[in-house]
Write a protein that binds this ligand. Structure first.
Ligand SMILES: NC(=O)C1=CN([C@@H]2O[C@H](COP(=O)(O)OP(=O)(O)OC[C@H]3O[C@@H](n4cnc5c(N)ncnc54)[C@H](OP(=O)(O)O)[C@@H]3O)[C@@H](O)[C@H]2O)C=CC1
Ligand SMILES: O=C(CO)[C@H](O)[C@H](O)COP(=O)(O)O
Length: 640
């Protein structure tokens, strides 16, 4: 969206332009700042500029306008006195022309008060003579106050039906926050929510009316009005639950869409569903972008991590918008990258969530050990975690855990008032089924999902706890030493969780030919998302040089150093009746990955014994499957 505020010197272009820029959150530019030196010199000497002077400057501005439009828009203050000048500036189809007009006397008074400006008041007459009254745009009397003029401009925009650049369907937690994020970055957005009589009525229009401070936001209660407001090619972001609702919503939209329109599914859809949708919609000429979005409500509002995949050409069109709303990494680069074809964006988000599950579970196990093994109060446990935060273990999930441990309600810790039944929406389970499908070990992350399932049956747990007289045992060991072991155990569990998730992505990427870029994936996860951490920052660099976490030299050093701590804490915790599903599974996974001579030879022998499933001999260079008649060989062995 481009606004050009025109008018002669002293009409208040900068004041109105700056105010518009503040209200729309679009950047402000003053055309005078783009004059070449020779023009500035002429004007300072009181010599009026000729068309010969102005045309290259206007042509340069016209190119800039195209760049700004691609980047989401801008407000430009430019005298644009003649129609021919304005025609040069009209380098894109839609421009909001705001023409400021006032009496000569007022203009002269204003110019006299100006300091540090190279335009002497004597040039006013020449400007007024040159001014050609445009027959379009909004003409504003400069006698109005700037605030009044801004209001008139926004009313005008709504009545002239300025098209929105993006449409968002689903005004739940994420849809609302993303909509405000877009408009705050100067991108006009139309929002829509389904109508459920008596239950969900006027959700989108109420949301827009309750956010009057964002003039680029428009709410619609009818799907056709909403769609009519979005400029072509239409870019529509779905922020609704995964599954059937996505297919139903797409079916409702299809009759209104044209070839080249773009649909983005920003929810947590299963990537195999997204694979199919990309194919089906491509056949219909609609570009489909399955996009992982992470960061929760706050991330969506202030800067999420975005993982789009699917139609790459459509992604390129959306990149300037995504770049504006995404979180920024430590180098200031937006946390968004084109992940890969088909449902790759949703696949990567699914793995993100399974790492999220495991990270949450490991923290929960750690806090349990701190509180009931080491007998620390929630505040003291929080103090320990704060120390870890500042000594190399920074992570968003650890930060919020500290806040949770410090939160009281009427003298009671809120945490202790929360029922211990963890819910889940599906991404964890889908990760497990994917790992099983591709035969990739996923134990620590699998256990995080199982732990939530175990937690669900509170009544059984309560009964069985009584039957078994279960209680946590307190640790008798030295607290300082235990805290050291526990910190290292936690640090290693984190590494294992990430190794597991990235390993799955590496194997699936190979199998599906997706060519995922792991350094980029880690980079877009360094900010905005739930699993952002100092470790993720290390991984963004690590994957530039190492094929995997487990083979990286620096990581190997840490893994070797902290392995005894994890083994010690898991052993101690289990002996004292603490369930530690993710920590212990993580350790087992690690040991399984680094064991050369595993016990799997016995499994093969058993399979062959009872089912003639065959096995491969170590001493056969050709590795051919063989079967043994175990009983007859055993009987023969006896006689030897
Ligand atoms: N919350 C989070 O932290 C994150 C969520 N996500 C994902 O984003 C998506 C949206 O999540 P969130 O905003 O939290 O969910 P909410 O439950 O807050 O909102 C869901 C929205 O979808 C609408 N909706 C529900 N069913 C349908 C349907 N059948 N057809 C059309 N619209 C429907 C709801 O409308 P109504 O008000 O009428 O019910 C509501 O506007 C989900 O896929 C979620 O997994 C992704 C990242 C983080
Ligand atoms: O996608 C998210 C964050 O990135 C969701 O907030 C998170 O996955 C919640 O999932 P669940 O309800 O299964 O715990």
């Amino acid at each position: 969206m481009i606004f050009i505020v025109t008018g002669v010197s002293g009409s208040g272009k900068t004041t109105i332009g700056t105010l518009l820029s503040e209200k729309t959150h679009l950047p402000f530019f003053d055309a005078d700042d783009f004059h070449p030196g020779k023009n500035v010199e002429k004007m300072s000497q009181g010599i009026p500029l000729s068309d010969h002077d102005r045309i290259p400057w206007l042509e340069h501005l016209a190119e800039k306008i195209q760049d700004w439009e691609r980047g989401g828009g801008a407000v430009l203050a430019c005298s644009a006195l003649k129609e021919s000048y304005r025609q040069i500036l009209q380098s894109i189809p839609e421009i909001y022309w705001i023409h400021l007009q006032g009496e000569r006397l007022i203009l002269e008074e204003r110019l006299k008060k100006r300091k540090n400006h190279y335009m002497p008041p004597g040039l006013l007459d020449s400007q007024l003579e040159t001014w050609e009254q445009p027959a379009y745009g909004l003409h504003l009397d400069i006698n109005n106050s700037p605030e009044e003029m801004a209001k008139i401009i926004f009313d005008y925009m709504h009545t002239t039906q300025a098209p929105s650049h993006i449409g968002i369907i689903g005004m739940g937690v994420m849809g609302k926050s993303l909509a405000l994020n877009f408009v705050e970055k100067g991108i006009p957005v139309a929002v829509y929510n389904r109508h459920v009589p008596g239950k969900e009525e006027h959700v989108a229009s109420d949301f827009a009316s309750s956010n009057k401070g964002f003039p680029l936001l428009k709410g619609f209660d009818k799907l056709d009005d909403f769609l009519a407001d979005i400029k072509s090619p239409k870019k529509i972001l779905l922020m609704i639950p995964a599954g059937k609702s996505i297919d139903q919503q797409i079916d409702q939209l299809l009759p209104f869409l044209k070839e080249g329109d773009i649909l983005i599914d920003g929810g947590n859809s299963f990537y195999e569903d997204s694979n199919k949708r990309v194919q089906e919609l491509t056949e219909k000429g609609i570009a489909f972008l399955p996009m992982g979005v992470s960061g929760g409500e706050e991330g969506a509002r202030k800067g999420p991590s975005l993982m789009p995949g699917g139609h790459q050409k459509a992604y390129k069109m959306l990149h300037p918008y995504f770049q504006k709303i995404a979180a920024k990494d430590a180098q200031g680069k937006a946390c968004v990258t084109y992940v890969g074809p088909d449902g790759a964006g949703h696949f990567v988000k699914m793995v993100h969530n399974s790492i999220e599950y495991a990270e949450m579970q490991v923290i929960a196990e750690t806090v349990h050990l701190l509180r009931f093994g080491l007998k620390l109060s929630p505040q003291d446990a929080a103090k320990v975690l704060k120390g870890w935060l500042s000594s190399g273990l920074r992570s968003f999930l650890l930060e919020i855990t500290i806040d949770i441990l410090e939160t009281k309600e009427n003298d009671e810790f809120l945490l202790d008032l929360i029922l211990d039944q963890a819910k889940q929406k599906g991404t964890g389970t889908w990760s497990i089924s994917t790992a099983l499908k591709f035969q990739i070990p996923y134990s620590a992350l699998f256990e995080a999902v199982t732990a939530r399932q175990l937690s669900a049956n509170k009544s059984d747990r309560t009964r069985f706890a009584k039957l078994y007289n279960h209680r946590f045992g307190a640790f008798a060991e030295d607290k300082v030493l235990l805290l050291d072991h526990l910190k290292n155990a936690y640090a290693l569990s984190r590494i294992i969780n990430h190794e597991t998730g990235f390993h799955l992505m590496q194997e699936v990427s190979k199998a599906l030919d997706w060519e995922l870029n792991f350094s980029e994936i880690a980079r877009v996860w360094t900010n905005g998302c739930i699993i952002r951490s100092s470790l993720m920052e290390e991984l963004a660099t690590l994957f530039k040089n190492s094929p995997s976490i487990i083979e990286d030299r620096a990581m190997m050093g840490k893994i070797k150093e902290w392995k005894p701590d994890l083994a010690y804490m898991v052993g101690l915790g289990l002996q004292h009746d603490f369930p530690l599903p993710s920590m212990s599974a993580g350790l087992n996974y690690l040991l399984g990955r680094i064991t050369e001579n595993s016990s799997a030879n016995l499994i093969q022998a058993q399979r062959d014994y009872f089912g003639a499933h065959t096995y491969i001999r170590k001493d056969d260079p050709q590795e051919l499957p063989v079967h043994t008649d175990w009983l007859s060989l055993k009987n023969k062995s006896r006689t030897i």
